[in-house]
Design a binder for this molecule. Structure first.
Ligand SMILES: Nc1ncnc2c1ncn2[C@@H]1O[C@H](COP(=O)(O)OP(=O)(O)OP(=O)(O)O)[C@@H](O)[C@H]1O
Ligand code: SF4
Ligand SMILES: [Mg+2]
Length: 313
């Protein structure tokens, strides 16, 4: 399968008063058209930063990014403009990503106008088409964002993201701010759109059951690094890294009578500023030994397409 997106040794460091913060620290992956990469890990592990760097919303510190076979690590202003049409993002909070003074149709119309669709009637037609596509009734056209419930507001945001016919979308916690009762509807919409429009996603979430449902592949991140990467079924059937095992042990299993021991992690995630040598998970790892505190474990393939960074595996 052709790679739509490929990322190699991607890093994003921030200079902070306390030192250099390693938000994204040597990430590698590739994604074929139509696939979904689920990205999971605790708050602050670098998920959003990774998504933003891939989209050029933030400039990387180092590393390379390819999209549609082209090196897009460094792009000119005009190239970036073209890229923006093809790569989009949907955020957690639809309130923060829409102008409250714009009506829903104006919100969806904005990218059309900005991308040179001059004819007003053509744009109106496209807005109506997009609203139908994401399941928002015509009567909401002149509503303001605050007049819609969270689910409908997020639908409008999705419609806007689709206006320029993108191929790749970063979904950054797209349902986390929604009522549980409507989360499933929006997730199903996101998946239907993928089928219909052959979209490729990076799906960021701290909710493993959501990630399991939507992703073809999963990357587990810890303090800016990948600790495990595998196809979804494989990761859930054979989690290898102690951190992944702990995360999965906290997810309820629907199978009746299934039992599992919850692994409780001691302590907080450590600081991403000037990280110490050794495995970044060592301070919390139940299996840590001397070597773990000295040497950084490399990400290695332990089975076909299944990568793990741990000395004990
Ligand atoms: N502009 C910035 N300047 C300095 N540090 C930043 C900046 N943006 C993010 N960080 C830091 O980078 C690290 C990764 O943050 P990021 O938002 O990517 O994490 P996340 O995994 O998306 O977390 P969450 O699940 O809470 O959304 C954090 O330590 C954060 O404080
Ligand atoms: S390398 Fe050591 S500390 Fe890190 S996850 Fe593996 S066993 Fe735990
Ligand atoms: Mg985030």
């Amino acid at each position: 399968m052709e790679n739509l997106l490929k990322v190699k040794q991607l890093k994003k460091y921030f200079d902070t008063p306390g030192g250099t913060l390693h938000a994204v620290d040597d990430i590698n992956f590739s994604l074929a058209a139509g696939e979904t990469l689920g990205v999971v890990g605790e708050s602050g592990c670098g998920k959003s930063t990774l998504g933003r760097v891939v989209l050029h919303l933030l400039e990387s510190t180092s590393g390379q990014i390819w999209f549609e076979g082209k090196d897009i690590t460094h792009v000119s202003r005009s190239e970036l403009r073209e890229l923006r049409k093809k790569m989009q993002i949907i955020f957690q909070d639809p309130y923060a990503s829409v102008d409250p003074r714009m009506t829903i149709s104006a919100v969806i119309d904005e990218p059309l106008r900005n991308n040179g669709m001059k004819s007003r009637s053509e744009r109106e037609e496209k807005v109506a088409e997009l609203m139908e596509l994401i399941g928002l009734a015509k009567r909401f056209t002149d509503y303001y964002p605050h007049e819609l419930d969270g689910g409908r507001r997020q639908r409008a945001v999705i419609a806007r993201a689709l206006a320029t016919n993108p191929r790749f979308i970063v979904c950054d916690e797209p349902v986390s701010a929604l009522d549980v009762s409507i989360q499933a509807q929006v997730i199903n919409l996101i998946m239907e759109l993928q089928e219909k429009l052959r979209l490729t996603y990076m799906f960021i979430s701290h909710d493993l059951s959501v990630v399991k449902y939507v992703s073809t592949h999963i990357m587990v991140m810890y303090l800016g690094q990948t600790v495990e990467y595998a196809e979804t079924g494989d990761l859930f059937a054979h989690p290898v890294h102690p951190y992944t095992q702990a995360l999965l042990s906290a997810v309820p299993i629907p199978k009746l009578g299934a039992q599992k021991q919850r692994i409780l992690l001691k302590g907080e995630i450590t600081s991403p500023i000037d990280p110490k040598p050794g495995c970044r998970f060592a301070p919390r790892c139940p299996r840590a030994c001397e070597q773990c505190h000295q040497e950084i474990p490399a990400l290695r393939e332990v089975a076909d397409g299944h990568m793990v960074a741990c000395h004990m595996v």
